[in-house]
Design a protein around this ligand. Structure first.
Ligand SMILES: *Cc1c(COP(=O)(O)O)cnc(C)c1O
Length: 489
């Protein structure tokens, strides 16, 4: 049975998964959602015997259902190989009695690799299936991690170009250095004077700019997206929720069939939405705890029913979550109300009034947040107790989970989704452990962290401060469109 996709904002056209992957976003500005979320068609217990790749096939075939078995298996084989530094791909670690799903074993040390290792293959296969002959230009707005993961995924992939915009002053020194040293003749990286929301809004406008799209089509280009607005980014993220569950059973933490919670450090709401899909598909999940940092729009929203971005944007130590407009929430709203007119008007309100009202009736997506201090304390406490080190984003989730548990006394087993290697945010992690590191050089911090953790610095960032800077452009946010036009001319 083939799953069809439609826009969250009312465009009635139904398209296949492969078409949705090529397009990225609907022409009416909406996001593509499956008309019905498929249920797993295999016996759940089988996941206990599956490797990551086998599981990826069983899950992805349900969503990306117009790919042939051969096509899908080819993409999976290419993606989850020795680029990852562990055969498990997504190992579950237990430290201090808590469980962490480590999603940072790919090339760029953040969970974005889980999807961006496969997206280029999905996209090329999808383009071929649909007879697309144009070159695909991947436009990406990044809060720090998507940019690098997309660059690694698409660098030197034939018939593609990739353009990345990142907030010049809103990413960690390691994140920035990873992006501006990117090689590959089809890569383009620019800093913008603005924040992630500015970059994402500009990029979304470009996708729906009919005139620009026609102009580029005549030059042989089409745009697509590597952000989690692309269903090809979202679908691969569902897999690791199943994989985490299997490991919890195999490690004897839970009985098969028992429900568990996941706490997810959230920015654009992509990761946690994949958890929502996993639950809807049949994974025994009880609560999904949506953890925010000091930019706690989502926490306020789940609590009050008012999504309000009329507020100060805070630059935090978890920059990949410094987001006020969480794009994928639009998909959750749609799945809850199943009414595209409602979603469309909410999104219009967000555009005009910077807020909207919508009471989420779901009792299993729960908002929580952690302040700067709570986040740093969580890193230190876990380190002192177990020697295990988590990054600042994972620490937001861990601290938020502890608050949730204190408030609710919920004893359900919980998995904290660990989204980045602490090396990407080495300086802040060291500072959290000991304030004597407050004025540490951000690259020196890599060595200090390695000593504290007794783990080697990952190869992909070792000596990164000595690599040549290849991308030096910084532009105003208003110049994004012209910049793209000039680059493609
Ligand atoms: C992107 C990112 C997040 C937020 O994930 P969303 O899917 O945008 O909610 C959290 N932590 C890290 C390290 C990230 O890179």
């Amino acid at each position: 049975m083939s799953v069809q996709f439609k826009s969250t904002r009312g465009d009635k056209t139904l398209i296949t998964a492969s078409q949705a992957i090529v397009k990225g976003i609907s022409g009416d500005g909406g996001l593509y959602v499956p008309c019905a979320i498929p249920k797993i068609d295999f016996e759940l217990k089988k996941i206990l015997e599956m490797s990551y790749k086998e599981l990826a096939y069983e899950v992805l075939k349900l969503i990306i259902s117009d790919f042939t078995e051969e096509e899908l298996k080819y993409c999976i084989e290419k993606a989850y190989d020795s680029k990852f530094d562990t055969d498990l791909i997504a190992p579950l670690k237990t430290a201090g009695g808590e469980h962490f799903l480590e999603l940072f074993h790919g090339k760029t040390l953040a969970f974005k690799d889980m999807a961006l290792s496969i997206l280029p293959y999905l996209l090329k296969t999808a383009a071929k299936k649909n007879g697309v002959n144009e070159k695909i230009v991947i436009l990406t707005a990044t809060s720090g991690d998507t940019g690098k993961a997309a660059l690694e995924g698409f660098a030197d992939v034939d018939d593609t170009k990739i353009i990345v915009f990142f907030p010049e002053d809103g990413v960690s020194p390691v994140q920035k250095r990873q992006m501006v040293t990117q090689t590959g003749k089809n890569t383009c990286v620019a800093g913008i004077k603005g924040n992630f929301d500015d970059a994402q809004t500009a990029v979304k406008q470009i996708f729906t700019d009919k005139k620009l799209n026609e102009e580029l089509k005549s030059k042989g280009y089409i745009f697509s997206s590597a952000n989690s607005i692309n269903i090809g980014r979202l679908a691969p993220q569902i897999v690791y929720y199943f994989f985490a569950y299997a490991q919890m059973v195999k490690n004897g933490e839970i009985n098969f069939g028992e429900k568990i919670n996941f706490t997810v450090p959230t920015g654009n709401f992509g990761d946690i939405l994949a958890g929502y899909y996993a639950k809807e598909m049949g994974l025994p999940v009880d609560k999904l705890i949506c953890a925010s940092n000091d930019n706690k729009v989502l926490y306020d929203f789940f609590k009050t029913g008012i999504y309000n971005i009329n507020r100060e944007f805070v630059v935090t130590s978890s920059p990949s979550m410094d987001i006020l407009i969480s794009s994928n929430l639009e998909r959750l709203l749609y799945h809850i109300c199943e009414n595209t007119e409602t979603v469309k008007s909410l999104m219009e309100n967000l555009g005009s009034d910077k807020k909207y009202d919508f009471k989420v009736s779901s009792d299993y997506v729960i908002g929580e947040y952690a302040s700067h201090k709570e986040t740093f304390d969580a890193i230190k406490e876990l380190y002192d107790k177990s020697g295990y080190i988590i990054d600042t984003h994972t620490a937001v989730a861990f601290a938020a989970y502890k608050k949730y548990k204190d408030k609710t006394k919920d004893e359900t087993k919980n998995v904290v989704v660990s989204t980045a290697s602490p090396y990407k945010f080495a300086k802040d992690v060291c500072r959290a452990i000991d304030s004597k590191y407050d004025s540490l050089d951000p690259f020196e911090a890599l060595d200090i962290l390695s000593d504290l953790w007794k783990e080697d610095i990952p190869k992909t960032i070792k000596g990164i401060d000595k690599r040549e800077i290849l991308h030096k452009t910084v532009i105003e946010k208003s110049e994004i469109k012209t910049f793209i036009q000039n680059y493609l001319h």
